[in-house]
Design a protein around this ligand. Structure first.
Ligand code: ATP
Length: 275
């Protein structure tokens, strides 16, 4: 069991963090606090260092300068209690979807039988009851991603690091997975740090949107959202935040931080879907 932290200690703190790869700076001078239990979303153009920040929070890589603290401790190797979800699933290829999830549940202390029952219930929640007995090679990319998210939550992480987890999903499945993520996060008390290229998704889910821009990347804006969820696209408070985001991004284009094509790709989503 992990010790309870005083509530004012951030789940993640980047303190003056820079990262250099082969002489090239990926991020520079990042100072950012991710509050415990928050849902924080990183948004920014391709190559500004969002995945680099997630990797450092996961303890898979260390900063070249500055400090990364997770749950009050400086990172030094894989972060205990953190689950990472990238786009490449990382499911065990020889195990069925059910056993991939049950295996994670076993790590939380359940016996196989109870773990399999619970895994079946969780897979049903994301529309995969009929696919529980399939191995990953028999599943579509979107299905594998759903299994991977269910498995990540089954580990009961204190910190969930998500790198564009829904990018490969169709609109309907994406909505379902966003709803699943939101309710599971609300029930778990975990901290979520998620990268997305979809501003509508950021507005629908986040407590806090962190804008990263430039090369090397740095934090160019932080927008807090406190409108209740599920969020309504016609809510004037949400509209106001969407406008602030748009204004911010337009200023970034004017400064050459984003290309107009990148802005167009981001803003495609800024109008919140109504369903
Ligand atoms: N292991 C590595 N070795 C060398 N360069 C790297 C490595 N990881 C990242 N980089 C470089 O660091 C910069 C930031 O990469 P990163 O993947 O963090 O950006 P990103 O914002 O997540 O991009 P995207 O939105 O396209 O996924 C890029 O220039 C990338 O090429």
């Amino acid at each position: 069991m992990m010790a309870t932290l005083p509530p004012n200690v951030p789940a993640i703190q980047f303190d003056g963090v820079s990262k250099v790869f082969q002489g090239r700076s990926a991020v520079a001078g990042i100072s950012l606090k991710v509050p415990q239990g928050s849902f924080t979303v990183l948004v920014g153009p391709s190559g500004c260092g969002k995945s680099t920040l997630l990797n450092m929070a996961a303890g898979l890589d260390g900063p070249s300068e500055g400090y990364v603290f997770v749950h009050g401790r400086e990172t030094d190797g894989p972060t205990p209690g953190a689950a990472l979800l990238f786009q490449n699933y990382n499911l065990f290829p020889w195990m069925t979807a059910l056993d991939n999830v049950a295996f994670a549940l076993r790590n939380t202390g359940l016996r196989w039988r109870a773990a399999r029952e619970e895994a079946g219930r969780l897979l049903a929640k994301v529309g995969l009851a009929a696919y529980a007995g399939k191995v990953p090679a028999e599943l579509s990319g979107g299905m594998k991603q759903r299994v991977a998210l269910v498995r990540a939550f089954a580990l009961k992480p204190r910190l969930l690091l998500l790198d564009e987890p829904f990018a490969a999903l169709d609109h309907q499945t994406r909505k379902m997975m966003q709803a699943y993520l939101l309710t599971t996060w609300q029930d778990s008390g975990a901290t979520v740090l998620m990268v997305t290229h979809d501003l509508g998704e950021a507005l629908a889910l986040a407590d806090r949107v962190v804008l990263v821009s430039g090369s090397p990347g740095s934090v160019s804006g932080v927008i807090d959202l406190d409108t209740p969820r599920p969020r309504d696209a016609s809510d004037p408070a949400l509209r106001a935040v969407a406008r602030r985001l748009e204004t911010h991004l337009e200023a970034e284009v004017a400064r050459g931080e984003f290309s107009p094509a990148e802005l167009a790709a981001l803003s495609r989503f800024i109008t919140l879907p109504t369903d």
